[in-house]
Design a protein around this ligand. Structure first.
Ligand code: SAH
Ligand code: SF4
Length: 352
């Protein structure tokens, strides 16, 4: 378990089993571990708030452990109710989360890393470089902080903020275990989506775990010529290798894969691209989510025209590929990932 500069352990990243083992080692009864786990899951930021523990025990815990948190540094509320947060971690790093309200519940899009190593050229986060992985507790803290700040129960989580979740695999798996624990936030895997740019080795590993979460794959191109240009990860695992892994994943889990496809004017939005995409996804348990690309400073990309989007849908649908256009929530508050952080840190970002 991680230690901070004072040598304190990150208690909120611990699973109930690990907490129990720790507490037993300290000579504390088992039920104490369960009590503390419930407090941590509720998002308390300090041991002093754990009112059913004795003062001595709280002091003992404070000496040994740190509670990681996400503090609201900036907050923007959109006309449609979407809330965008810039959270400050205990060490002063910033990440973004976006809370979205739908008829069926409240959903939060959270970050898994400070920055990202993957370097996709249409992505504000990718263009800003990588700082560090988030711990499981820091990923969890975003959900808790937003829920407490807005006073809402969060029903769905998407790992689609800053960072590549499968590049922080162990911490993300740990987070999934914590957030879905019945004594914790109890948000079931069926209410969680994980989005990846396509780390094929991890997709195979994930398939073995047979989690009930939704896997989203950021495809954004039907072939290597285009994908190599926009997504460097494609040079490690190309479209064929990625789609093979996706087929395996869908088969092993019985879960439909959602393919993200950001439509970039003149780059990946031709009829030929749609035909090629349909051909490559044929027979797969899949769904295509078309997203009008958000303009990002430096990339020089523009959204596809509406008419192109329409053609894409027609071509995919007529070939039996399920396809929707993602509703853009919060476009008046720069709600797509990486934009608020860049502005806060002096970057110059266009609204998406
Ligand atoms: N790293 C993961 C998850 C975070 S990115 C991934 O790449 O899937 C979340 C989603 O936003 C991805 O589908 C990504 O491709 C998309 N995205 C990034 N920049 C975008 C932009 N400028 N316009 C539209 N979608 C973008
Ligand atoms: Fe990283 Fe995803 Fe952005 Fe690519 S799109 S740079 S993988 S956050």
């Amino acid at each position: 378990m991680n230690q901070n500069f004072l040598g304190k352990l990150d208690i909120k990243s611990m699973t109930p089993g690990e907490l129990e083992a720790e507490f037993l080692e300290m000579g504390l009864p088992k039920y104490r571990a369960a009590q503390v786990f419930r407090w941590l899951a509720r998002g308390v930021g300090d041991f002093s708030q754990m009112s059913d523990l004795s003062k001595e025990l709280r002091e003992q815990l404070r000496a040994r452990y740190e509670i990681k948190s996400a503090a609201v540094e900036l907050k923007r509320v959109s006309k449609d109710g979407t809330v965008k947060y810039l959270f400050r971690m205990n060490d002063g790093e910033f990440v973004e989360s976006v809370l979205m309200r739908y008829r069926h519940g409240t959903s939060i899009c959270i970050s898994t890393q400070v920055g990202c190593k993957m370097g996709c050229d249409f992505c504000a986060t990718g263009r800003s470089g990588f700082s560090r992985n988030l711990t499981a507790s820091e990923i969890l803290s975003q959900v808790q902080a937003a829920s407490l700040d807005e006073g809402v129960r969060i029903s769905n989580i998407v790992l689609m903020g800053m960072g590549e979740p499968l590049d922080n695999y162990d911490n993300v798996l740990r987070f999934l275990e914590l957030v879905s624990d019945p004594n914790g936030m109890d948000i079931g895997m069926r209410h969680i989506s994980l989005s990846t740019c396509g780390l094929v080795d991890k997709i195979y590993d994930l398939a073995e775990r047979k989690l009930q979460l939704t896997l989203s794959v950021s495809l954004h191109a039907p072939n290597d010529a285009i994908r190599n240009r926009t997504m460097p990860v494609n040079r490690r695992w190309n479209v064929e290798a990625l789609l093979k892994a996706c087929r395996h994943y869908a088969k092993a889990t019985g879960r439909r894969i959602s393919f993200e496809y950001a439509m970039i004017r003149g780059v990946n939005d031709s009829d030929a691209c749609a035909l090629e995409l349909a051909d490559r996804l044929k027979g797969m348990l899949a769904h295509v989510n078309l997203i009008p690309v958000n303009a990002v400073e430096g990339a020089g990309y523009r959204k596809s025209q509406r008419e192109r989007q329409q053609r894409f849908i027609e071509i995919l649908s007529s070939r039996g590929i399920a396809c929707t256009v993602r509703r853009t929530l919060g476009s008046d508050i720069e709600a797509s990932c990486g934009q608020l952080k860049r502005r806060h840190e002096g970057g110059n970002e266009n609204a998406g």
